[in-house]
Design a protein around this ligand. Structure first.
Ligand SMILES: [Zn+2]
Length: 623
């Protein structure tokens, strides 16, 4: 816990924070490396120096002087002995660590060095020892980062020195680094290297400057080349520094907009090690999954092959596998996705629905799509099913087909239908055929080349009709009421897992869904339990609904003996379910109140943070 760093905005592992120093620093950012050594006139962050050369006493005196000058406005990186990360922690027995003499000259913001496997000292800023040497080594980089992030408190800042360039700034922020510096940008300038987010250029190779900063606007590469080395380097350094700052501004905007992932998916192509980091980050899964919000307000663009391994996509598929139960119907209809979301509002789906007519109540509809895999009709509103867009070419690559087939195969091997009809063509049909062959099941195909042609739609109608009127068909169906209830039930299960069953147990009365699609409301008698929020397809609970879901003991935040007003701050949280993700609907329980609201951070972070809003409370019920 720290008083000097506050996280304001999160998007996955990336976050926007504030280092409460003088002047205040907005993170993620790049420090001016040269200023770190300025102890005479200290800026917001200074490095107190090395234990290789100074004695404890000298260094203590130094810190005291800094504090006298700027008080708590300066974060002091405590004296340290740095080693290259290649030397394993266990052989560092003799590393000198700085200890204060107890007179609290450290009193105020402080930073300390941290290495993989090393001991975590109390600090406001952790500096990753030797991380700069791990450039181009995505695996070691990620391993180090995850080890450190899992051990330091979430409300402290993490500093990766000697690494940032405009080209990797977005990836560093995406992975959860808050602070960097301009060491590399400065070194590049002295080597005649011109930096951009799209990579670096030798000054010699440039005909024009792809930038309009003050330096670039007032000179040309040819002119710059004629200047003496020192002067040239100064100007290049000014541009490089500017390019780095501009990139961090852009990154912060991307975090605010909730689309840093999309940006990074493109940006990482500049360097293979950055692309490797993107992929390895997804393979690691839990590090990012814990931090990725349950929903976003903005669109999810699935335009690259890595979209298939993106946390939101994998999580959706996983929840269908683990939490979803289909309604009790005997006919499955597989449909292709549509560009317009929710699918049911698209022209093609409108036609399918119209065609099914009175037989629709016998049919369970599941939509096949890339990259989400399969989307049961009841979850078509739920993030990210109604929020993704993808480049449609009609061509599916092998990875896409394999992923979507896998999702369909999982589903069909778990649930038995009396009849499976697929109104699909092209790659969708290929996927269905592949799964049918593998599982040895029969699928009836009803579409020709055009899904909405008169022939195709007639074939769909006739096929479903003949199944429904065949002898021995048990006529399992859902009426309009049941359909609405199944819809809300599917969303509740997706969101709360087993906790959903308490909303529908009938223990407190028969649950009824009121309202027109998509504004469904779940009632028991006159008591409202939950409302479906169409924008992201999830339920907002009422306190009565919260009381029921509470029985599963999941999505619960326990607070102390107080009645909350407005938001609940992290220090007020005693215990929180580690399954809680940012934006999850949660139930807050204390001795004096039961509340419902939305998580602003993950459950783990609520427990470990000393600052920041943990839950935005919507309703408070005094107990
Ligand atoms: Zn420039």
């Amino acid at each position: 816990m720290t008083q000097y760093f506050e996280v304001e905005n999160r998007d996955g592992a990336a976050r926007i924070g504030k280092l409460l120093l003088s002047p205040e620093l907005r993170t993620p950012c790049a420090l001016h490396t040269a200023a770190l050594g300025n102890l005479e006139n200290p800026g917001p962050v200074v490095d107190a120096g090395s234990l290789w050369t100074g004695s404890q006493e000298e260094l203590q005196e130094r810190i005291k002087k800094i504090r006298e000058k700027t008080g708590k406005g300066t974060l002091v990186i405590l004296p340290h002995q740095a080693y290259p990360p290649a030397i394993p922690a266990e052989s560092l027995g003799k590393v000198k660590t700085f200890t204060s003499d107890g007179n609290n000259e450290i009193d105020g913001p402080a930073g300390s060095l941290l290495r993989i496997g090393g001991e975590v000292q109390k600090s406001d800023l952790y500096i990753i020892e030797g991380i700069g040497t791990l450039e181009n080594n995505a695996r070691r980089f990620l391993e180090t980062l995850i080890d450190l992030k899992n051990r330091i408190p979430p409300d402290t800042a993490l500093y990766a020195p000697n690494l940032a360039l405009p080209e990797n700034a977005a990836m560093l922020a995406y992975m959860g680094i808050d602070v960097t510096d301009d060491t590399r940008a400065e070194i590049a300038a002295y080597s005649d290297v011109y930096l951009t987010a799209a990579g670096s250029f030798y000054l010699d190779s440039l005909t024009e400057f792809p930038c309009r900063c003050r330096v670039c606007a007032s000179t040309t590469p040819a002119e710059l080349r004629t200047l003496p080395k020192a002067e040239r380097a100064k100007l290049l350094a000014a541009h490089n520094r500017d390019a780095l700052d501009a990139e961090f501004s852009l990154v912060r905007e991307k975090i605010r907009a909730g689309n840093l992932r999309e940006y990074v998916e493109g940006q990482c192509r500049v360097r293979p090690w950055l692309t490797a980091l993107l992929r390895l980050g997804d393979f690691e899964y839990s590090y990012l999954e814990e931090r990725v919000p349950a929903f976003r307000q903005n669109q999810l663009l699935a335009d690259t092959s890595e979209s298939l391994s993106r946390i939101e996509v994998v999580r959706f598929a996983q929840r269908i596998r683990e939490r979803y139960t289909p309604p009790d119907l005997d006919i499955l209809l597989l449909l292709p996705c549509a560009a317009r979301k929710p699918y049911s509002t698209s022209q093609s789906h409108q036609k399918f629905i119209l065609t099914l007519g009175k037989y629709r109540k016998f049919v369970h509809e599941v939509i096949i799509t890339s990259p989400l895999g399969i989307v049961p009709r009841e979850l078509e509103l739920t993030y990210p099913a109604a929020h993704y867009d993808t480049a449609v070419t009609g061509h599916w690559d092998e990875e896409e087909k394999a992923w979507v087939s896998g999702c369909l195969e999982d589903y069909l091997s778990k649930y038995n239908y009396k009849a499976i009809v697929a109104h699909v063509e092209g790659a969708y049909r290929e996927i269905c055929e592949r799964v049918a062959r593998k599982l040895g099941i029969e699928i009836v195909y009803t579409a020709g080349e055009s899904l909405t042609s008169y022939e195709s739609l007639s074939s769909l109608k006739n096929t479903v009709e003949s199944i429904c009127t065949s002898e021995g068909f048990n006529r399992k169906s859902q009426n309009a009421e049941e359909e609405k209830k199944n819809f809300v039930k599917a969303v509740a299960s997706y969101q709360f897992g087993e906790g959903a069953k308490y909303l529908f147990s009938g223990e407190v009365g028969t649950p009824v869904v009121k309202g027109r699609f998509p504004k469904y409301q779940l009632f028991v008698g006159k008591k409202q339990l939950a409302t479906l929020i169409p924008q992201y397809g999830m339920l907002a609970l009422s306190p009565e609904g919260g009381e029921l879901v509470l029985k599963s003991e999941k999505y619960v935040v326990k607070i102390d003996d107080f009645v909350p007003r407005g938001s609940i701050l992290a220090p007020g949280v005693l215990e929180a379910d580690h399954g809680i993700r940012p934006n999850d609907e949660v139930i807050v329980l204390g001795k004096r109140a039961l509340c419902v609201g939305r998580a602003a951070m993950s459950g783990k972070e609520m427990e470990k943070s000393g600052r920041g809003v943990a839950v935005d409370v919507r309703h408070v019920k005094k107990l």
